[in-house]
Design a protein around this ligand. Structure first.
Ligand SMILES: [Fe+2]
Length: 242
């Protein structure tokens, strides 16, 4: 059977962030996702500290448009809505008061840190999210320089209760791409829980997933691949512990 995938980080909602600009672009991205073998996709528009409840209302309305488009093209994709929430100290209040969205109503929160943040700042942030009874997923953790190449610190984040997401593209480097090899090793060791395409644009930042699967297939067994590429996302949607 052909493998099917989940994409938990994407910018497909038209006209709400720096991702898809309009319906035509969203449609192209939906078609890419289907062709990549993705069957479950969480749209995660950026959410910054200046976002109000009004802008969340607009995001929800535009997401309905995305679902309508998906029906129009008879795509087998199941769509869900979340946010990529940029970390701020008031993150728990913003989630509680509806200025930021969790992953499709669960306690999971896709949380973005600044690439230059220190390990200490990220860990304090994660503790704050957890103490608010949310389950943080760190968005493209590979971008935070302080954690890159530090397996111990990454394991520590996981032990604290954070779950780590890496962009599929990061996994696709060649043999001499040390960075890509490092993240593939982290995936094989079970430190990474999710992959996402972080797709923004059909040409410049497209939906990719299958290439990452083919790369990781060389070092990971079927059960591991199944969890990383699909089952962990299902567990998240059911708001269960991963
Ligand atoms: Fe993103």
């Amino acid at each position: 059977m052909e493998a099917v995938f989940a994409d938990i980080h994407s910018h497909l909602v038209p006209g709400v962030d720096d991702g898809s600009r309009d319906e035509a672009m969203s449609r192209a991205l939906l078609e890419q996702a289907e062709a990549e073998g993705i069957r479950l996709l969480i749209a995660t528009p950026h959410n910054y500290p200046d976002h109000s409840e009004d802008s969340i209302g607009r995001v929800k309305a535009q997401f309905e448009l995305l679902k309508e488009l998906n029906r129009t093209i008879h795509s087998p994709l199941q769509l869900y809505l979340g946010n990529e929430v940029y970390y701020r100290d008031a993150i728990v209040e913003d989630l509680e008061e509806g200025r930021a969205l969790t992953m499709t109503g669960t306690r999971y929160v896709l949380t973005e840190f600044h690439p230059g943040d220190s390990q200490d700042r990220v860990m304090r942030g994660i503790r704050r999210v957890i103490s608010g009874h949310y389950r943080p997923i760190i968005a493209h953790v590979e971008r935070i320089e302080a954690f890159s190449g530090d397996p111990q610190a990454l394991s520590y984040l996981k032990d604290m209760g954070a779950r780590l997401q890496v962009n599929a593209r990061t996994m696709t480097g060649g043999l001499f791409d040390r960075r890509s090899r490092f993240w593939r090793n982290m995936a094989a060791e079970g430190v990474i829980t999710f992959l996402g395409s972080d797709a923004h644009h059909p040409a410049h930042r497209p939906v990719i997933m299958r290439e990452a699967y083919l790369k990781l297939k060389k070092t990971m067994d079927e059960a591991q691949l199944g969890r990383l590429f699909y089952e962990n996302a299902l567990t998240m949607l059911n708001d269960k512990t991963i």
